[in-house]
Design a protein around this ligand. Structure first.
Ligand code: TXE
Length: 480
């Protein structure tokens, strides 16, 4: 069976313990490879390598750093098919999605920061005739980048690219649930000639390898994407050590649909925003709020479309809904459907585990599920489910829509459907979300700051915000 290796000091190496964790193919419910069960010794080895590499990498001319990263992006493009297949097998997502979104985006993340760093500038401030200030921004040292399983290579590259471009060395830990594409990525880094120790990829459990990163005294910056509970733990561990923290956490995103919207566009995009990647995108809209005058029409049309979605083998072209990522995640999502019924909800589409035939007979598949009849305050409408489950609720006034939308502890994203431009601006400013999409969803300009409000996280990644995060400002003040 294929054994994934750590990438430390430029080499592919086994974990020091010699121990491995089972890695499942969720569409088949079968172990298909083994992931290093790394611990603090492996992290220490990676820290040693990164410490040695830092003086040279941080002083490498920006153009050379940029060229090296661009070389990696080219290799991702060249290996798109192999990476997409690996991601689909590792994660259960449709191959078509991995080939059209996840892997191309991994390459554009790297390209974006490889070129952004060439144009990254700092400020000078003149205080009349008293003094002149200028600010420099230097790489900090070793960054710890911890990423989740839902968009494995996409979110992994989103973190490491700005860190490396800015001149830091990195210790990255991909999710133990989906390690394969990061492993293949380490092979590409070797092929691209990335100097040893600049990027180290250590695989393993969050509570072991991840924990060793967040509590290591020589790793002063942590960039994390994952669950809110883990984010709280990381903040509690890292804050007393005065680490710089960026936390991109969960969401319970509202999707507001007004009667004056372009109905077909709102409908079609809402199906996508609810169920893409089996609802396992932190930006998926999981609470659809619909103005009462079009509520019945919307529910009927939405359910009709959802019932036509093809659930199937992720490797087949026609599949729109693949497997959820693991058995335990499937059980969690199904338990929320049960909870929704206990809370008085009606399941108007889906609601069941799906048992496919053939290769995928033991896979973790759930029908895209639509629930109506619940109030905005119940647990189903407050807690992140992170699966193919969406609720639909009516509202009577604009005020009520905003109140429901803002009623959760999360504030990552929101979507708004209206043809009334004044209403669009008004509501966008009232919604407590890091990003508000008006008449679209998941359109991302990588230059914009990205991140959530409230318990959806702290810090903003994207564009210059990310480069600022991975650098330390120094101000020099000269008397005139
Ligand atoms: O995430 P975890 P899980 C949400 C979603 C999901 C829930 C739990 O609701 O059901 O979180 O998912 C590493 N120190 N999201 O359990 O545990 C871990 O190894 C350091 C939303 O998979 O947060 C992995 O690499 N690291 C989210 C990463 O953290 C630790 C995407 C994320 O895992 C650690 C994923 C520790 N003590 C889940 N414990 C989104 N916002 O996109 C774990 N990790």
């Amino acid at each position: 069976m294929k054994k994934i290796q750590n990438y430390i000091n430029g080499e592919l190496v086994a974990p020091q313990s010699g121990q491995y964790i089972d890695n499942f193919n969720p569409a088949e419910g079968k172990v298909y490879s083994l992931t290093p069960d790394s611990g603090s010794q492996d992290i220490q080895r990676a820290v040693n390598a990164a410490k040695t590499a830092f003086p040279s990498w941080s002083s490498t001319p920006v153009e050379m750093r940029s060229n090296l990263l661009l070389r990696i992006a080219v290799l991702i493009d060249k290996n798109l098919n192999q990476l997409a297949l690996a991601e689909s097998i590792d994660n259960g997502k449709p191959l078509s999605l991995a080939s059209s979104v996840d892997i191309p985006r991994a390459s554009s993340n790297i390209r974006f920061f490889a070129t952004a760093i060439l144009h990254f500038n700092t400020d000078a401030h003149k205080m009349d005739n008293v003094a002149i200030n200028y600010t420099t921004r230097e790489p900090i040292g070793i960054a710890g980048c911890i990423s989740p399983w839902n968009l494995p290579l996409y979110l992994f590259t989103w973190k490491i690219a700005p860190a490396l471009a800015a001149g830091n060395c990195v210790i990255a830990k991909p999710s133990e649930i989906t390690p394969m594409t990061a492993y293949l990525f380490s092979e590409l880094c070797i092929e691209a000639g990335l100097p040893k120790g600049v990027l180290n990829i250590v695989h393993g459990l969050g509570t072991k390898a991840g924990q060793a990163i967040i509590e290591h005294q020589d790793i002063p910056i942590i960039s994390f994407t994952g669950g809110t509970a883990t984010g709280k733990h990381i903040a509690a561990t890292a804050a007393p050590m005065f680490k710089k923290l960026s936390l991109e956490l969960g969401g319970k995103n509202p999707n507001l649909i007004f009667a004056d919207c372009d109905f077909d566009q709102a409908l079609n995009t809402s199906v996508m925003s609810s169920f893409s990647n089996q609802g396992q995108i932190c930006l998926c809209g999981s609470r659809i709020l619909v103005e009462r005058s079009i509520y019945d029409k919307f529910v009927t049309a939405f359910v009709d479309k959802v019932n036509k979605m093809t659930i199937g083998d992720p490797l087949e072209d026609t599949t729109k809904t693949g497997a959820v990522v693991s058995e335990s995640h499937m059980k969690k999502v199904l338990s929320y459907i049960k909870l929704a019924k206990e809370e008085g909800g009606q399941v108007v589409a889906g609601g069941q585990q799906v048992h496919l035939k053939g290769r995928c007979e033991n896979g973790y598949f759930i029908e895209p599920t639509v629930i109506t009849g619940l109030g905005h305050n119940c647990r189903t409408n407050q807690e992140e489910i992170f699966g193919p489950v969406v609720t639909i609720m009516p509202f009577d006034t604009q005020e009520e829509a905003v109140k429901y939308a803002n009623s959760t502890a999360y504030g990552l994203s929101a979507t708004l459907w209206t043809e009334n431009i004044t209403r669009a601006h008004n509501i966008a400013h009232q919604l407590k979300s890091g990003i508000v999409w008006v008449n679209c969803w998941l359109v991302r300009d990588l230059r914009t700051p990205f991140g959530g409000m409230k318990q959806s996280g702290v810090g903003r990644e994207g564009g210059n915000e990310a480069l600022r995060f991975f650098t330390e400002a120094k101000n020099v003040c000269i008397k005139l």
